[in-house]
Design a protein around this ligand. Structure first.
Ligand code: DON
Length: 313
């Protein structure tokens, strides 16, 4: 490492120290009541570099609700099952709209703009479900997360899933609306059941950074040598994360952080520095677009100090 580049452990530790004291922490999500119980002062960060060195600070081993971060992994699974046919039922353009918006669906005849807004992720889940029972499809998703994170203890938080099932009226509307256009193949409650449950998977920053390594290293986990997807597919998933991973905050995230990333309303964000590192941060308070407020700021500090933005500097 050149003298000019600061040491990764030092950078990660200093970011966590600064984040611990910041008063501006955003607002914890309450529309899924169970998520409102989380401590707004929590902050965790893990960076795993190409050599497998793990830099961790703060609440890096605390499990939290991964929510929409799961959509990256369901997209990976669905592409593995359906290949490019998936893009007939979901687009890959930024929506410029909130994650749970319904407006574009009518104009675009039930084809969601991208796989990361809720409508798109529900269509992706429906692809995984086809030909399976909901329990099997969910098992497939959970085992994929355990395999990627190299950790069989990862589980679904049933209280979070039940909480969203009780209050997920917007998602129920989105799924029914898509069904009316023929873009949901399975019974709506089956598809939503799988969707709510994969959003309710609990993982820590360490587990998420490990699970994301294949995206940072051309589809392969450099530690295990396992090829998860082709280099071409990893590149394309990263492209969709860059343009759509933060909903109507995707432009701001690219501008400030400069990495492909995906957020969840549990306050987590994964980010990928191609060929350099996989990163996970967690701070439960959200900004107006539903993305972790301090998580984004921490990632901006990290890429600035290490010169990791894909756009240079
Ligand atoms: O469907 C929902 O509303 C949640 N299960 C996931 C939303 C989410 O994480 C949006 N991301 N920032």
């Amino acid at each position: 490492m050149s003298d000019a580049v600061p040491d990764l452990d030092t950078v990660v530790r200093e970011i966590a120290e600064e984040m611990a004291d910041r008063p501006d922490r955003g607002e914890v999500a309450t529309y899924i009541p169970e998520l409102a119980r989380v401590d707004p002062k929590a902050f965790g960060i893990v960076v795993i570099d190409a050599d497998g060195h793990v830099a961790a600070a703060g609440d890096s081993d605390t499990s939290f609700s991964i929510q929409s971060i799961s959509k990256v992994f369901t997209l990976t699974l669905a592409l593995g099952m359906a290949g490019d046919r998936l893009w007939r039922r979901v687009g890959r353009e930024p929506s410029g709209s909130p994650f749970n918006s319904i407006v574009q669906l009518e104009r675009e005849r039930g084809i969601p703009r991208n796989p990361f807004i809720n409508a798109g992720a529900i269509a992706v889940t429906d692809t995984i479900l086809s030909g399976h029972q909901p329990r099997e499809a969910l098992g497939e998703i959970l085992r994929f997360m355990q395999f990627l994170a190299q950790d069989p203890t990862i589980t679904i938080d049933e209280a979070v899933a039940a909480s969203e099932l009780r209050t997920g009226f917007r998602n129920i509307a989105l799924a029914n609306y898509m069904k009316s256009f023929g873009n949901i193949d399975n019974p709506v409650d089956f598809t939503l059941g799988v969707y709510f449950h994969h959003c309710a998977i609990g993982m820590s920053c360490r587990q998420l950074a490990t699970a994301s390594r294949f995206l940072a290293h051309s589809g392969r986990n450099p530690l295990t040598g396992h090829s998860v997807v082709s280099p071409e597919r990893a590149k394309r998933i990263n492209a969709v994360m860059l343009t759509c991973g933060h909903y109507d905050g995707s432009g701001e995230f690219a501008y400030r952080v400069g990495l492909p990333g995906k957020s969840g309303v549990g306050g987590g964000i994964i980010a990928v520095a191609p060929e350099k590192a996989s990163i996970a941060v967690w701070s439960p308070g959200l900004d107006a677009s539903g993305n972790s407020h301090l998580g984004r700021i921490a990632l901006e500090m990290l890429t600035r100090r290490l010169g990791w933005s894909i756009f240079g500097a």
